[in-house]
Design a protein around this ligand. Structure first.
Ligand SMILES: *Cc1c(COP(=O)(O)O)cnc(C)c1O
Length: 375
């Protein structure tokens, strides 16, 4: 049987055409007309002033920290419940990651705990230099509260919207709230360029700075003059062709992922102790991945792993939720402000196959197999 993937690339009709255009015009290079068009689509979709397309979301986060002037010894607060790529770039700048746990409504950064963390760091003479908030699995974080806290301390906010293209909070696009936002177009995300990312901002100066340092920091003179350190992080014009086609189908992809979430919820929420996270009022999730919790009151510890192993035997890919960064050996020495929420999510949760190209037949199989291994 063909493998049922958690989330696999789903091409539309036009991607090949735009890639062919790059070949026909010999724009097989970093930058070019596909890059310009892709950035324009993203700018319009997100309703931001500027977008720079890059070769990964991780690179976008690195540049976000660079353009905000993060330097050696700075404290950067990061959501603990996320993929390690949210925090790795902090270490590229030789800054110090400090982790903040989640609240139960959205599974994202807990605003009250964020405030505690900032106050505590300030009391130690280490006012945080930036905050990285994540919209995990596509669910927007509590942005009003988080923006208000960041603003009241004058700390720039970086919005990791790698999983949340197509999500909105109070009708405003995720990826458009932060001082800087980042997106990912990795192969498993809601749309893909095979690999890629973007940096967004409403600050023209930050955007032009990003354009410059992402392309080797050349000064505007006819020879190679460099006054600062640069990177080679731009997106290929060939891959941006894929992105152009994908942007045309993004609304369809969001619709499909949301349908898949509803399907699982309808089929499985009658099973006792299975919980599907709801959208609070004003929160619109792209439902990048459908996640489910096996309640501790009903299911013994390890039920999520038991289900994963059973489905794997049938060539169905499911996956544990992100292991919180405060539990990761590589970040062992970092300060963390915990409340137990992400620990419990990791212990009890599972991500289900959610790709927008998953067939109804496959979804039916996933559901019936989950039911089977829960009796
Ligand atoms: C995928 C992802 C990233 C990294 O993006 P890449 O394009 O894979 O480098 C960062 N943060 C989160 C939350 C992600 O899911």
């Amino acid at each position: 049987m063909d493998r049922i993937w958690l989330s696999s690339p789903h091409m539309g009709e036009k991607e090949k055409e735009y890639v062919a255009e790059a070949f026909a015009t010999n724009w097989v290079a970093p930058l070019g007309p596909n890059v310009d068009a892709f950035e324009k689509q993203l700018t319009t979709y997100l309703n931001v002033d500027g977008v720079v397309s890059l070769n990964s979301g991780t690179g976008a986060l690195h540049l976000a920290l660079e353009i905000l002037g993060i330097k050696q010894g700075d404290v950067v607060i990061c959501q603990s419940f996320t993929f390690a790529a949210s925090a790795f770039p902090i270490t590229y700048c030789k800054a110090e990651p400090v982790f903040v746990d989640s609240e139960k409504d959205t599974w994202n950064m807990d605003p009250a705990l964020l405030k505690t963390a900032i106050d505590d760091q300030v009391s130690k003479g280490k006012k945080p230099a930036a905050i990285i908030v994540v919209h995990l699995y596509g669910m927007p974080a509590k942005m009003n509260e988080i923006i208000a806290i960041a603003a009241s301390y004058g700390i720039p906010l970086i919005e990791d919207a790698a999983e949340a293209l197509g999500s909105t909070y109070q009708n405003k696009a995720c990826g458009s709230f932060g001082s800087v936002g980042i997106l990912s177009f990795n192969g498993n995300k809601i749309i893909t360029t095979s690999g890629g990312g973007a940096l967004t901002s409403n600050n023209a100066e930050l955007i032009s700075k990003t354009r410059k340092i992402s392309a080797q920091a050349r000064e505007a003179v006819p020879y190679y003059l460099h006054k600062e350190i640069g990177y080679n992080y731009r997106l290929s014009n060939v891959l941006a062709g894929i992105g152009r086609g994908q942007m045309e189908v993004l609304p369809l992809r969001v619709e499909k992922r949301r349908e898949i979430f509803e399907f699982y919820k309808n089929e499985l929420s009658a099973v006792k102790g299975m919980y599907f996270p709801e959208e609070p009022t004003g929160f619109f999730s792209n439902r990048w991945l459908t996640t489910v919790l096996f309640s501790k009151d009903v299911w013994e510890p390890g039920t999520n792993e038991k289900v994963r192993v059973s489905l794997e035997k049938l060539n169905i890919e499911t996956r544990a939720l992100w292991k919180p960064l405060h539990q990761q050996p590589v970040f062992e020495a970092c300060t963390a402000y915990n409340n137990g929420v992400s620990d419990e999510l990791f212990e009890t949760g599972l991500c289900l196959p959610s790709g927008s190209n998953t067939t109804r037949e496959s979804l039916n199989l996933v559901v019936s197999e989950i039911k089977k291994c829960l009796v």
